[in-house]
Design a binder for this molecule. Structure first.
Ligand code: FMN
Length: 341
């Protein structure tokens, strides 16, 4: 009986393609400390860096912007830029640094990004994106992928995206991660642009049907396992953003449900593993503890004691002289009992 159940479970898990289940690139959130923390929770999901601009890499800050821990693999570097030569050089730096994939940002709506002529406004220039992709593909042998929206401003609903994909694929891109809402480049803040333009998965589905040889992970608004399962039936992958950051244990559910990973760490073990990491970062780079612990605030989200954990991190990690071991003292006691050690 138990064996049959296990086999059923395995069958269920093979139903889904897992190589494109990822945590989204998020500026100021998915820095390398956050990714190290996420990796402890979820050993298999693909992680993305925050967007790194070609300017930052080419103007001598390469070491700082490309730094990561080996544990973070599989790891994709997201680039922001619009000059094929600069993107090719930056992609090569990423490959040489050991990244597993290079992604170009064609979805970010912020003003700062628009003035640099990259991000979502690049969707208006598919030929340029094609040339950028081609230059990057020629420079590296790891995959080059594109993250985009379904459109911008008052672009036609389907035809605009179809033209974008049809053009850019000729540069050699096989994987398009589609954030299934438009970017409205005038009048909305980046935050509003992640909430107000409606999600239109149907357009992304139409695109997937039109380009059966390409790979389309979908992004936007995925917050439950049921939803992730539904999306994985229709698409080639899911990319999870805010839910992964604000409620990181969701990544554990993802890992259990789709990867069938065994012997994962409990919340307490994860906290324990972060302590030597905090010491090491301080020693190597003088990283303040609060720059790391700020990403751990959501670890107990939804459990009794979560608020106290959050408050204690927000106050104590900022105080002079606090040792990283304080984290062990503020773990909510209830979480030790049921399924945790
Ligand atoms: C704080 C924050 C920063 C973001 N920064 C980036 C970025 O650097 N590059 C990018 O392509 N998208 C960025 N995004 C968008 C996310 O990658 C994702 O597309 C969006 O949040 C929708 O997914 P979600 O509903 O699962 O959060 C950011 C989102 C947030 C919340």
């Amino acid at each position: 009986m138990l064996i049959r159940l296990k086999i059923q479970e395995m069958d269920m898990n093979t139903e889904f393609k897992t190589d494109n289940i990822s945590v989204a690139p998020m500026m100021d959130w998915t820095d390398r400390h956050c990714r190290y923390f996420h990796r402890l929770i979820a050993p298999s999901v693909l992680l993305y860096t925050e967007m790194v601009t070609t300017g930052a890499l080419l103007n001598g800050q390469k070491e700082r912007f490309l730094r990561y821990s080996e544990q973070e693999h599989p790891l994709a570097l997201q680039l922001g830029g619009s000059d094929p030569k600069d993107l090719a050089l930056s992609a090569k730096m990423g490959e040489d640094a050991g990244y597993d994939e290079i992604n170009i940002n064609c979805g970010c709506p912020s003003e700062r990004v628009q003035s640099g002529a990259f991000g979502a406004c690049l969707m208006r220039e598919p030929e340029l994106v094609r040339d950028c992709v081609k230059a990057m593909k020629d420079a590296v042998s790891i995959p080059v992928t594109v993250k985009c929206r379904i459109g911008i401003d008052d672009s036609e609903d389907y035809a605009f995206l179809e033209k974008f994909i049809d053009t850019v694929k000729d540069g050699g891109c096989n994987t398009f991660i589609i954030h299934a809402r438009k970017a409205w480049l005038k009048g909305l803040s980046p935050k509003e642009n992640r909430e107000i333009p409606p999600l239109q998965y149907d357009i992304a589905k139409q695109i997937k049907a039109a380009f059966p040889d390409l790979t389309f992970p979908v992004n936007g608004g995925i917050r439950t396992i049921e939803d992730a399962k539904e999306k994985l039936k229709a698409f080639d992958g899911v990319m999870i953003g805010r839910e992964a950051y604000q409620h990181p244990w969701f990544l554990r559910s993802i890992e259990e449900e789709f990867f069938n990973t065994q012997n994962m760490l409990s919340r307490r073990q994860i906290v324990e593993a972060m302590i030597p990491y905090i010491y090491k970062q301080a020693e190597l780079y003088e990283t303040p503890m609060k720059s790391i612990t700020r990403h751990m605030i959501g670890l107990f989200q939804g459990l009794p004691g979560a608020r106290k954990w959050r408050q204690s991190i927000s106050t104590q990690a900022h105080l002079e002289g606090t040792k990283p071991e304080f984290l062990l003292e503020i773990i909510p006691p209830t979480t030790v009992i049921p399924t945790e050690r």
